[in-house]
Design a binder for this molecule. Sequence first.
Ligand code: IVH
Length: 706
Amino acid sequence: MNLDLFSDSNGNDAAHDEADASAQIAHLKHVLHRHAHAYYTLDAPEIPDAEYDKLFRALQAYETKFPHLKSPDSPTQRVGGAVLPEFQSVRHQVPMLSIRTETDTESSGALAFDSRVRKELAYDAQAPAIDYVAELKFDGLAMSLRYEQGILVQAATRGDGEYGEDVTQNIRTIGQIPLKLPQNVPGILEVRGEVYMRRDDFEALNDRQRKKIAGGAKGEKTFVNPRNAAAGAVRQLDSNIAAQRPLSFFAYGLGEVQNWPQNLKPFQTHYELLQSLKLWGFPVAEQTRCVQGSEGLIQFHAKVALERDALPYDIDGVVYKVNDLSLQQKLGFVTREPRWAVAHKFPAQEALTVVLDIDVQVGRTGKLTPVAKLAPVFVGGVTVTNATLHNEDEARRKDVRVGDTVIVRRAGDVIPEVVSVVVEKRLANSLLFTMPQVCPVCGSPALRDEGEADYRCSGGLYCRAQQKQAFLHFAQRRAVEVDGLGEKLIDQLVDAGIVNTLPDLYKLGLTALVQLDRMAEKSALNILAALEASKATTLPRFIYGLGIRHVGEATAKEFARHFGTLDAFMSATEESLLAVPDVGPVVAKSVIAFFAQAHHQEIVAQLRACGVHWEEGSPAEKPVQILSGKTVVLTGSLPTLSREQAKEMLEAVGAKVAGSVSQKTSYVVAGAEAGSKLDKALALGIAVLDEAGLLQLVKGSLHDSA
Ligand code: IVH
């Protein structure tokens, strides 16, 4: 297609121009509709975004030049524009009803509905099971879309069911809603469904709002949940703003229908109706099922309850509808609710409550977690009294304070969390939450490493909260293995103050053990035997069992192999640790920091004194002199290694470290602010390495021909 029709801007034949433009516009509209459907509804774009934009701009250009050729079904009408003083009221030709709600457990809610339907239809026990369509109950707002001759002419909210508001401008901006339907649809067709916001779109929108607020924008706010955000967007008088709020749509029924096309068979079932809606280009939830009888309903409810949290949008239940449209008609309505449909809700996942306090808990790895203590509230099927605030950044971002009224969410088995604060209800004298500078359990400094989200207690094995973790780690099968020493027993031993450090385990006697809850003499004897057996261990298990941060099982094995003895490992320098395969600066620093604490040295000594032993070996092999005969020059400052450390590492593997660059230099290791030595190396074509390259070089893993 030629998009370059404007190059002859002095166009002399206006009539011809216009006829041509009209054809181009029709063509572009058709192509863009198809791609929009593929993109928004099928989630399967056929052309790149840039290509779509190009076609879109071409259409815009035609419409600007020939404004009277612009029509309401044009994809360009999706972008917002008008700012309305108020919404026009719309009378629904077919009222928008609500549905009766069951909140009972999965079986009783479904059973009650099925038996009501059977009774109304005078079905006896012998009569067959009734066919139902089971759908999701979307948590958005109901919308009626009116198409005349296949063109979207009006979108209206439910309002009071009889009168709604005309929100056509805003609804046009929803990519999933067709502006034009295929041929062969009823002359007048009202499609009913739910406008909603996906959770990821909601999060992104709130992120943008927070940035605007942080940037000083007045009158902006964040939204409490996707439903509120969707409702706000739909009822936005400025359609330019509505266009920036990402909305989605699911169709689930019809309103007024007239002028049925001759060659279209009338629907006999609700399911056929949904399938046609899908064919006409409307999104219909793929979870929709045809099921039989109350059994089918119960199964559907249970299945969706499990899948609920994994859906990309919120639902608050499921909806059951009698499938056969003639049966629907027989059943009719009670007041404003159909007898043929029911909503079966799930327990609410969000609730309002008050923050009584903010505690900081020490996790088993020393991680400090701020936790909101809440006035008890029933949410997601359980009573919740605690909600995690995750870490300092999260607590700050949400700005949760003691005394605040908050929205708490508990979805599935997920730990309850504070979604947001109802700022309007904040007390005047509330204080900003700050993380404590010391561990609330042991008083050691709380430290937050650069680039990490969490504060950690630096008390290590002296911190009671971390002791438990240390015991569990030490006793696990892959470490020193103390059979039967599990979480419950450790909790008791530590809480009662019977054991404080690892060596205390080996000082346990029968008397102390049998005093514990549910500890018969036989089990106590078993524990003592397991402790005795654990004393014969291996060096890798012992190193791993110490629980040095960043030292996993594989690294412990490497250390044991490399150093041969525990003493050699404990007295290793950072550079000799770095010479061990797969050991980088983070691990090396962690080992150094661990043994720098005198009480860790003491614990090791005591464990040995208690009889914990292993076979020691000689260092695996003398480090191979892989760089013997090579000369290396160091210049500039390296990010983590000192000049001295780098030199030692190089010399340990046989390299000679020289002060100046010459033809004989094998490598130049350059850091920040390297000067003339680097220039010279480059001039002579000598291999230049950074710190990472140096580490690879001394480990023999740098593949270079120098
Ligand atoms: S059918 C005559 N189906 O729930 C039946 N409604 O209280 C009309 N809703 O206002 C509604 N998901 O906003 C139907 N799959 C679904 C639905 C659904 C959500 C909402 C809708 C309606 C309310 C009914």
